[in-house]
Design a protein around this ligand. Sequence first.
Ligand code: NDP
Length: 453
Amino acid sequence: MERVNPATEAVLDPIDEHTDTAIEAAIDRSVDTYETWRDRSLSQRRRLLAAAGDELRENTMEYAEIATREMGKPITEAIAEIEKCAWVCDHYAEQADSYLADEVIRSEPHAKTFVSHEPIGPVLAVMPWNYPFWQVFRFAAPALTAGNTGLLKHASNVPGCAKAIERVFERAGYPRGVFQSLIVGSDAIEGIIEDDRIRGVTLTGSERAGRAVGGAAGRELLPSVLELGGSDPFIVLDDADVETAARVGTRARTLNSGQSCIAAKRFIVHEAVYDAFVDAFITEIESLSIGDPTDESTDIGPQARKDLMDDVHEQIQQTLRAGGTLETGGEPLDREGYFYPPTVVTDVPHDSPMGREEVFGPAAAVFSVPDEDTAVEVANDSTYGLGGSIWTEDLDRGEQLARRIESGCVFVNELTKSDPRLPFGGVKQSGYGRELSEHGIKSFVNEKTVWVQ
Ligand code: NDP
């Protein structure tokens, strides 16, 4: 598989794709290992997961540098990502006992009914490049600890990360077949899903990939989780702390160089604070440093691939042609690498690409609304429903409004984020199913009813 460093356009050493025979051997190993892995005690599996967390903490820099080299993430964010992976390992190592405990429904001297949580077998994970470690660990930490085995098909531009994740589990002492990376293109996926030894599928990525993988899983009657795109609203009400909203909003839009499913993408601002917010937002956006992702002072690195940068640029250009006003940014930087500056567009027509589509780069669409009801209407006028953020000094008002947003999560006076303790996932075309927390570990278990009398 060819890999390109998106900051320098240097071609990295290719990594060999797996042949059909190697894929077959990996599935065999996954099935064989499952037979013994599922019978290990939960405390043994929890101990191994804690060791994986330690491995990530001990060699944070080694792993972070691979992500930065392959997909261009600023190194400080890559380090934070590896630390967050260690956190999700710690979380499930500590909580799996209570999350997977039997749920007792009836307990009498000679009769008992309960629900036990049992593994289902090998689970295929199709994962994206944007958080190349985190997206995988948030699947693997709970799914493996529940007693399943995992097969990873990572995005084609991050095979080095795929191999590094396999290494984390090996170094932590996991049996070899518990977690394996398949170095394959997306054309191999349907065949793997059709293999009746695969018992579940999860995908994080685009709506297009979600339809392909979810469709194949449906045909095979496999449980699946789909975490797809988003076009999250960031609502600033008339009583918001505008300066803080502008500062946090900048971060919410530009984290990971703008390539995040839960990035704030549509800024919906009450007209009473619109001018103040837009001024503060542009000042914050223009203060960000863009450049070498290996430099610790860099805020924005390159876009992960040239085609993705070109797509973002085209969406912005079409929005401007449809009547949007460019406030800052809007042209790729004239230098080596795939650098796109943080961009702000106001007067965004609702049916333009920045109004309707997911923009997977550092470009913010700003809308002015006359009142709270219109803010909700604009927020919900999207085919997506992943996250959302509301800014108001009145917490009751924020809570009431949060209930009206059609999404998998809403944060009041905070940016949308994933957290091992909280369920994560979307509604509408942002997908279905939940990851993380107790909900996530139950995505790939057999919730078995047992009646004894
Ligand atoms: P994709 O959705 O194409 O890639 C995500 C994963 O799905 C990769 O492993 C990819 O493999 C695989 N994949 C793609 N198509 C199929 C298919 N038909 N069958 C099986 N597997 C498939 O994302 P892109 O990298 O192309 O990014 C395009 C857009 O996707 C972004 O602009 C953004 O809108 C969205 N996206 C959303 C993410 C999120 O976190 N929700 C993350 C990444 C992207 P391969 O790399 O081999 O094609």
